[in-house]
Design a protein around this ligand. Structure first.
Ligand code: CS2
Length: 506
């Protein structure tokens, strides 16, 4: 058994591992990050490591905050926050190439429910210049279709009443900002790295409305002194598995209890609107722009839109991973047509971007077998993802009076997915904060006459029921044209199966 990865064993790392090249013990902590999942450890933290290294700028150590679970802290505290980033590619012929790097700029980890006051103090500390977030779509406690705070969300109700022990990201941010306001009043940048359109703008709306409820003067101060840059982030980072851990230990020479695996591709486009200092992230590959909105739209509709399509169609067909799904010609042709014929027509101008090359490189990224990215992982939380991944695209196509049959098939696949059984008869559980609501909507159709209805009418009624969930569909809820097309695709999926349905719309 290899020795554990920790600062005293670094001399034993395998020769080809990229290691730390700065005096780690001297790092200050200038960033607090909420939501310490795999994604940020493979993205923003890796870019911060590069920025620290390039300039030996020791201001940018990171305090990572897990908002729910202690597992990351428990694993990483024994390693004093050190962990491995494994970048994997699959070469022609199927050979996996892996590059390993040990990262050191994650300096402290807090588990919010254990010590909420420590999280508030970290946000309020005057050395903290940036609070960043990857809390996933549902972590914003907002209405996904409208971007407004969900005031009846249990965590928001709790946070309004418990100043010292918030639960939600918004609660932590506003109470932490309140401490800054009541003490040194130094400005702060709040940086969302989640897959939401105009994520910075959404975050500012939520923070300001919560703050205004507590104290309008606090909201005024935040507005005048804090910034919320929009940003687009892109890197595929699957959940780390036991077999990843043992493979990495072999190649690393030390045992890392909490490594992270990702593709080599990495993109970060963000607005250079910082309230005070920031790391030189451009030296780690980030691109600073005046407005990130068009980049966010591109990424959400092309990368995440097709990813969710693969997820629901794949999960239903029994294709367990994205690369396995990409071995199906019917799916690949469908994805190409989906992007070329539907999504791309809705994208804003991005001077210098070669869309065809972007599309081809995306399809190639999805074939990376070394990631084994599970379709069920991407299928999670559909209600929170679908508005920005598919519905905005559909609305735009409708404005342009263009067809959207492929996106309709994506929606049909999601509705079918909510049934919890794949084409092979295997059952699975659905993870979605609105699942109970969606199941009630479907059950209502079946209870009132379902079994007696002809299949196409049943598909129509079920589609109507799902569209009536305003939290997701909002102004599309009564769109009978769209509902009819989706229902037809749902009926096709049931009658013809996935492959034939895919062929029929390609
Ligand atoms: C995925 C994203 O799980 C999902 O919903 O679509 O996490 C995706 O892998 C990243 O956004 C890629 O940048």
């Amino acid at each position: 058994m290899a020795k554990p990865l920790d600062p005293s064993n670094l001399a034993e790392l395998a020769a080809d591992v990229t290691r730390l090249h700065y005096p780690r013990e001297q790092l200050k902590t200038g960033i607090v990050h909420l939501g310490l999942g795999a994604f940020v450890r493979a993205h923003m933290i890796a870019m911060t490591e590069a920025a620290i290294y390039a300039q030996q700028d020791l201001r940018w150590g990171i305090v990572g905050v897990s908002l729910r679970h202690a597992d990351t802290r428990n694993a990483l505290q024994k390693q004093e926050g050190l962990y491995t980033l494994a970048l994997r590619e699959t070469a022609m012929g199927g050979n996996v190439q892996q590059g390993l790097q040990v990262l050191g700029c994650l300096r402290h980890i807090l588990v919010a429910p254990e010590n909420p006051m420590a999280v508030l103090s970290a946000i309020a500390a005057s050395d903290t210049h940036i609070v960043s977030l990857t809390v996933t779509e549902k972590g914003y406690c907002h209405q996904p279709s409208q971007g407004t705070l969900q005031w009846d969300h249990p965590d928001i109700v709790h946070d309004l009443q418990h100043p010292a022990s918030p639960r939600s990201a918004i609660g932590f941010l506003v109470r932490g900002l309140q401490q800054r306001y009541l003490t040194h009043k130094q400005p702060l940048t709040l940086l969302s790295l989640d897959n939401l359109p105009t994520n910075g703008h959404v975050l500012s709306t939520l923070v300001l409305s919560f703050a205004d409820k507590l104290d309008p003067a606090l909201a005024q101060w935040i507005k005048a002194n804090c910034t919320f840059p929009n940003s687009m982030v892109d890197r595929i980072v699957p959940k780390t598995t036991e077999s990843d851990r043992s493979d990495i230990a072999l190649a690393l020479g030390l045992h890392d209890a909490w490594p992270v695996v990702a593709e080599t591709f990495c993109q970060w486009v963000l607005e250079d609107q910082f309230a005070s200092e920031r790391p030189a992230w451009e030296l780690g590959g980030a691109r600073f722009v005046e407005s990130a909105a068009a980049w966010e739209t591109l990424k959400l509709r092309m990368v995440n839109g097709t990813h969710s399509a693969i997820a629901y169609l794949g999960a239903l067909a029994g294709w367990q991973t994205v690369d396995q799904a990409m071995k199906q010609p019917a799916l690949v042709h469908f994805l190409e047509a989906l992007m070329r014929e539907e999504i791309e027509a809705t994208l804003p101008e991005l001077p210098g971007l070669d869309l065809q090359a972007y599309r081809q490189s995306l399809l190639a990224r999805f074939t990376n077998a070394a990631l084994a990215h599970r379709t069920q992982q991407i299928a999670m939380d559909g209600s929170q993802k679908i508005p920005q991944r598919w519905l905005n695209t559909i609305k735009e196509l409708q404005t342009q009076k263009k067809p959207c049959v492929r996106l309709a098939l994506c929606l049909a696949a999601w509705i079918q997915y909510l049934g919890g059984v794949d084409e092979l008869g295997n059952t699975y559980s659905i993870q979605d904060p609105l699942n109970a609501l969606l199941q009630v909507a479907l059950a209502h159709v079946t209870a009132s006459a379902g079994a007696a209805l002809p299949p196409d009418v049943l598909a129509l009624r079920q589609t109507q029921a799902i569209f009536s969930v305003k939290e997701i569909f909002n102004d599309l809820s009564q769109n009978s044209n769209l509902i009819a097309i989706v229902a037809q695709q749902l009926d096709h999926l049931r009658q013809l199966g996935i492959k034939q349905t895919l062929d029929s719309v390609t």
